[in-house]
Design a protein. Sequence first.
Length: 209
Amino acid sequence: MIEPLRIAVFASGSGSNFQAIADAVHAGKLDARIELLVCDRPQAQVVRRAEAAGVPVHTFRPKDYPSREAYEQEILGLLKSKQVGLVVLAGYMRILTHVLVNAYWGRMMNIHPSLLPSFPGLHAVRQALDHGVKITGITVHLVDGGLDSGPILAQRALEIRPDDTEETLSARIHPMEHELLPWVIQQIADGSMDLERYMNLKPKDGIKS
């Protein structure tokens, strides 16, 4: 019997993508086990979601540490102790350093609400509307230390309606994220998506995910 993929989810906010992953695991649709939730905002809703799902939680306040590297070293120790094989950034709003990026190169992914390489960074939905594009979507990509610049694993497109606002477009994007993210994780878990081919590439020198 193949052991479930051990994953850790990093999130900072409401945790709807965390919930989608947890629900897929609970329903038997995802051959994975969430070993840890990492959250930089102890009062965030995602913490309550994880507790309800019985997932161990590590919360921290960045201001309590002398540097980003310091708290990432602590997190890295937890990931190693739990033998985490894949890190999933699902609305995690912290800048990452080489400590985590290098340690989990090829095994850390992020979901972003645009068709990368278009509209990286914050407020991607707003950027798409401001630029007047007709098609946007979502991207799951590996984290390489650049700004939403890692190798793309999967994308889904969505047509922008003439009357869309940032709120209405976001509301249609979120369900797509909730479907695509567990799907990509399952592709990795069952071997359909081989991340080994990315291992010869090198992370960038930057520190932003």
